[in-house]
Design a protein around this ligand. Structure first.
Ligand code: SAH
Ligand code: SF4
Length: 380
């Protein structure tokens, strides 16, 4: 029988596993702390753990790291790691240091089945879901590697924020995602605040509702278009869960969310979704026809990071700023995302990794996107 990967368990899962070995919950807590707080990979290191348990684990369990294929460091401090997840698939994890925080961008799948037009991962097609252990291993590796690399003192943390914004659609890998989130949040694990763990989704409506009940964390929703006709083209999942349903799910989520707003992500595509008319539509969409239908939100405009196969261009900076101003004047808090790690292709949507098992998703990519020519107003 292949050994159990202990990174697959949240604390309750580990306690249940320990129970099958005849061990009490407090032993699972000790073990969990060794793994996640101290970064131990070897049962021999776990000095305060009963020798009998260490022996049982040595024969039946492992703490399985991901195989590191490469590391690239950007001049701005961003670090991108590429991990081999077997069968020719590889996924990427990105560390983004800022003055007051360290953010880790984590992947949830090898490839992605949603197939957004502007996303390099989407263009690859879908290979497979990552396991909980493979999701957690990205944080486990990065946190303990960075503590050493940055020479942090005991008790200091390298990573304060996690965003599920790497490769994949996290809410299409829900069963593996939730225990991974719980491990991130657990005080015996990484002890991250719910407000500092963000799930980003292209809009899997039923799973937004489940996440609200099972493990509410900060939510980012990838909007990218202010109406169904355009969003159907850019984010094909919209055909299944159109905007009205998605916004209702956002409103329901806010009832139990750790933050009192949803972050809407909007990738700025030259001549596609970046004109003043789209800004007006977007304002009307989030404000809703009636006050009670308003979605409290922040808008995060992401300058498109081009890649050759997309056939799309980044909106000019003036157009992004004009779009942002229009939203701000309507009372919507709007930020323009700084591009980080550009020189190492670590920016949003550039995470391509490698996936072998290509699906038919790429065939859809050959259809033309509706193009909306910028009006002369945009060019002034
Ligand atoms: N699948 C999830 C999370 C991963 S993508 C989602 O779609 O939300 C993280 C963010 O990067 C999303 O908002 C996504 O739309 C955006 N993104 C994807 N490709 C991009 C690109 N080429 N340039 C800029 N942002 C991109
Ligand atoms: Fe998948 Fe998100 Fe990329 Fe869309 S933007 S293809 S949902 S990873």
């Amino acid at each position: 029988m292949s050994p159990v990967n202990l990174l697959d368990f949240d604390l309750d899962g580990l306690a249940a596993h320990c129970q099958t070995l005849g061990e009490k919950r407090f032993r699972a807590v000790q073990l969990f702390r060794w793994i996640h707080q101290k970064g131990a990979a070897d049962f021999g290191q776990m000095s305060d753990l009963a020798k009998s348990l260490r022996d049982k684990l040595a024969g039946s369990a492992v703490i399985r790291p991901l195989a590191l294929l490469s590391e690239q460091a950007s001049t701005d401090g961003t670090i991108k790691w590429l991990f081999d997840v077997g069968n020719g698939d590889a996924v990427e994890t990105v560390f983004i240091p800022e003055d007051d925080r360290g953010t880790l961008c984590v992947s949830s799948q090898a490839g992605c089945a949603v197939g957004c037009r502007f996303c390099s991962t989407g263009h690859q097609g879908f290979s497979r879901n990552l396991s909980t252990g493979e999701i957690v291993a990205q944080l486990w590796f990065a946190e303990h590697h960075l503590r050493q690399r940055l020479g942090l003192a005991a008790g200091e943390r390298a990573i304060s924020n996690v965003v599920m914004m790497g490769m994949g659609e996290p809410l299409q890998n829900y069963a593996a995602l939730v225990p991974a989130l719980r491990t991130m949040l657990d005080d015996h694990g990484y002890g991250l605040s719910r407000r500092r763990v963000t799930v980003s989704t292209s809009g899997v409506v039923p799973m937004i509702d489940r996440l609200r009940e099972d493990c509410p964390v900060a939510l980012a929703v990838s909007l990218h278009a202010p109406n169904d006709a355009l969003r159907d083209q850019l984010v094909p999942l919209n055909r299944k869960y159109p905007l009205a349903e998605l916004l209702q799910a956002c409103r329901r989520y806010l009832a139990s969310a750790p933050r009192d707003f949803i972050t809407f992500e909007y990738c700025m595509l030259d001549g596609v979704n970046d004109g003043p008319e789209q800004a007006r539509e977007l304002i009307a969409l989030v404000h809703g026809p009636r006050a009670e239908q308003r979605v409290p939100c922040k808008l995060n405009l992401i300058p498109f990071n081009p890649f050759p196969a997309s056939g799309l261009r980044r909106s000019p900076r003036e157009r992004v700023m004009a779009f942002a101003r229009q939203l701000q004047e309507a009372g919507i808090v709007t930020t323009v995302r700084k591009t980080r790690g550009d020189d190492i292709d670590a920016a949003c949507g550039q995470l391509a990794g490698e996936v072998q098992d290509r699906t038919r998703v790429h065939k859809r990519m050959t259809r033309p996107v509706i193009r909306i020519e910028p009006s002369t107003q945009d060019l002034t």
